[in-house]
Design a protein around this ligand. Structure first.
Ligand SMILES: Cc1ncc(C[n+]2csc(CCOP(=O)(O)OP(=O)(O)O)c2C)c(N)n1
Ligand code: SF4
Length: 678
């Protein structure tokens, strides 16, 4: 269940030639894919492209009308492998995920794809989660692009530019037989704007065309000796073809300025912030006219030496604005300029910080230093309008704000089913002393923060159980691991649970079964109880766990803390040797509110939601017999998995019958964690 409905916006995806499209960057990407004759699309949710997956899922009817195949992939590796269809056939395909984490997961398939080369355009749309507000370790996609020779687009955050990047991305891919990455920063994903639409196109070649006449070429398979030829092809043919395409189609922008002696080279994605910083220094206006010449790299890999030489020749100094480290572009630029005897002084890191997001404030400081040192005449003529400085000054100084407003660290929503689970784990440690807990990615990772303060490490999505591997057989106190249901299906079933069985671990894994990929906005996963009509949901976690050989499995309701505590205690002290898995059920409260409250969300597309009895007494009468005991899963489970309503009636905590029905409660009472952008 996606966080919000895009039903209204869906209409704009049908706009035809000449109509004006207005909307968010993410939606523009979807429209551009349809205009480009894409044949198949896949991906995995994660900020800042979760909305793209939501939009695509909601646009599934439109995609089908056009003959476009869409998949909510099982993982980023699955999505990347999907691009194999473009190796042998002129099929255009696009996939999307959060980078760099998703790119890490996908990199095996990506490296093989880049070696094989593609016939049909292969576009990888990446949500670059770097900087303030990012939710992952701070790294750059640039390194992946260079190591596998995948071209990297970083367009200006401006809708016509984003659309152009999608359309030209496919063409570039086909012209150079290489995959292309389209990097979208958080601001680019959510920027609003407009562009003139074109007609949507059915794919020129379809999957059925491919299946009717399968094409096979050993030269495209990543085994020797093909791989040696592919490596040569990459360098001798594909790289020059890409550089030629970028130059001939003027994918990068040069903006002339008043002063010819200096220049600024910047990543396209930083254009809006650089322009604003220059404006604050009175060196540009809000409409894009800069006194200092700009060379905007909408393509950051490959770089085009001739363009650099042309832009830098005759200049005394050039500043490279490149966010993050290492300074790949600056290093390459210094080589280009040195080899071509261009004497312009190259500046970059040092004037600007080596790490962290280049916010307008950071850029303004760096640009001010650059301008003062190299074109002081611009400073001498500048006159800051006092009103402008006032606008940028914080309303309340940061120090005072800290004293006035209590810090609000991330935390689980009010009413979150994971709260009682972690409370039980905390109570358990009063008896056992501190336990080693290997944590995972998802809402549950916020248990590492107050008030729970538990979780010793996080190794990646779905890797909670694997993160406890080295401690899994030690004897004595048992290690514990936590894993979300999303992470479980993404890879945890094999990397964690299957591995624990195979290696005879003796540890305990708690799988948090809240029914959704909750932290990313509530997308459906294979065990979602009411997955939409295009997906096969309700695949039970306990069945999968037993299927890979776990003998000790228990289920508990998180809201029933006594039951949960009992199961946890049993798992830690049982004589049973082998991995122990506890499936802790409790529907994500935020998504539950969306499910039960009356809402204009397009329900018709979903399977009929389970009825929600207005009165808790009626609910308990309707429910199957309640038990206050942990339910060992030793025999075959019931044929039909229970709905959320039925589950939430089992062993539910007693509640006052006079309490208002959930539908009457304002949904706003539950604070969204989506703002934390996972
Ligand atoms: C490799 C990777 N892919 C995607 C993400 C984005 N992401 C962060 S949290 C999350 C969903 C977690 O779902 P689940 O495991 O069910 O935990 P929940 O949030 O529901 O508690 C995803 C997909 C990521 N961090 N890493
Ligand atoms: S989104 Fe759902 S699972 Fe996540 S903290 Fe909120 S209620 Fe809990």
């Amino acid at each position: 269940m996606a966080e919000r409905s895009f039903e209204k916006e869906m209409q704009s995806l049908r706009l035809g030639e000449g109509a004006e499209f207005r909307g968010e960057g993410i939606l523009a990407v979807t429209k551009a894919l349809l205009q480009s004759g894409v044949a198949y699309v896949g991906g995995y949710q994660g900020a800042p492209i979760s909305h793209l997956m939501d939009v695509l899922a909601e646009a599934e009817d439109i995609l089908r009308e056009l003959g476009v195949h869409f998949e909510a992939s099982a993982s980023e590796a699955t999505a990347a492998a999907m691009l194999a269809a473009s190796i042998n056939y002129p099929l255009r395909g696009a996939v999307t995920w959060k980078s760099t984490v998703g790119t890490n997961v996908a990199s095996d398939a990506l490296a093989n794809l880049a070696s094989s080369g593609v016939r049909g355009g292969a576009l990888i749309i990446l949500g670059e989660d770097y900087g303030e507000g990012a939710s992952i370790m701070q790294e750059r996609t640039h390194a992946f692009a260079m190591k596998s020779q995948i071209w990297l687009l970083d367009p200006r955050p401006h809708l016509p530019e984003i659309v152009r990047a999608v359309e030209q991305g496919f063409e570039l891919s086909e012209a150079s037989n290489s995959p292309v990455m389209l990097m979208l920063r958080i601001r680019a994903c959510h920027v609003y704007g407009r562009f003139i639409a074109k007609n949507n196109q059915r794919p020129a070649f379809s999957a059925s065309d491919a299946l009717a006449a399968p094409s096979r070429d050993y030269g495209r398979i990543i085994l020797p000796p093909s791989t040696y030829a592919q490596e040569r092809e990459k360098i001798q043919e594909r790289f020059p073809a890409a550089a030629r395409f970028v130059a001939e189609h003027e994918m990068n922008d040069v903006m002339e300025g008043e002063v010819g002696e200096v220049g600024i080279v910047l990543q396209g994605g930083l254009y809006n912030s650089v322009l604003r910083a220059l404006e604050l220094l009175d060196c540009a206006d809000a409409f894009g006219s800069s006194k200092i010449p700009l060379y905007v790299l909408n393509v950051t890999y490959p770089l085009i030496p001739e363009e650099w030489v042309k832009f830098c020749s005759g200049k005394r100094a050039v500043l490279v604005v490149e966010e993050g480290q290492p300074e790949f572009i600056e290093q390459a630029a210094s080589q280009i300029l040195r080899k071509n005897d261009v004497s312009a002084r190259l500046l970059g890191k040092g004037v600007l910080p080596m790490h962290g997001e280049y916010t307008v404030d950071v850029l303004r400081k760096g640009l001010e230093e650059f301008i003062s040192n190299w074109v002081p005449q611009l400073r001498a003529t500048r006159h800051f309008a006092p009103s402008r400085e006032m606008t940028e000054a914080p309303l309340v100084a940061a120090g005072r704000l800290a004293a006035l407003v209590p810090a609000r660290p991330s935390g689980l929503c009010t009413g979150c089913p994971e709260r009682p689970l972690f409370s039980a784990m905390k109570l358990l440690q009063r008896e056992t002393g501190p336990l080693h807990i290997s944590a995972d990615i998802g809402c549950h990772s916020f248990a590492t923060l107050p008030p729970f303060n538990m979780g010793n490490s996080i190794m990646g999505y779905g890797l909670g159980a694997a993160g406890a591997s080295a401690l899994g057989t030690g004897g004595g106190k048992r290690a514990m691991a936590v894993m979300g249901d999303g992470g479980f299906w993404h890879n945890g079933l094999t990397s964690g649970i299957g591995n624990a069985v195979f290696n005879r671990h003796d540890d305990v894994t708690v799988i948090v079964d809240n029914g959704y990929s909750a932290a990313t906005g509530g997308q459906d996963i294979p065990s979602s109880r009411d997955a939409n009509e295009h997906r096969q949901g309700n695949n039970r976690i306990i069945d999968a766990v037993k299927g890979v050989g776990v003998k000790w499995v228990r289920q508990t309701r998180t809201y029933n803390m006594q039951e949960t505590l009992k199961v946890l205690r049993e798992a830690l002290y049982t004589e049973f040797r082998g991995p122990k898995v506890i499936v802790a059920e409790g529907e994500c409260e935020l998504n539950r509110q969306r499910r039960v409250r009356p809402t204009p969300m397009p329900r018709r597309r979903r399977r009929a939601a389970a009825p929600w009895p207005a009165c808790p007494r009626a609910r308990s009468r309707a429910a199957s017999p309640t038990t206050s005991r942990p339910r060992p899963i030793t025999s075959s489970p019931a044929a039909a998995p229970p709905s959320w309503t039925a589950i939430s009636s089992m062993a539910a905590p007693r509640r006052c019958p006079r309490r208002a029905a959930p539908t009457a409660r304002p949904a706003a009472a539950v604070r969204s964690v989506r703002a934390r952008s996972n």
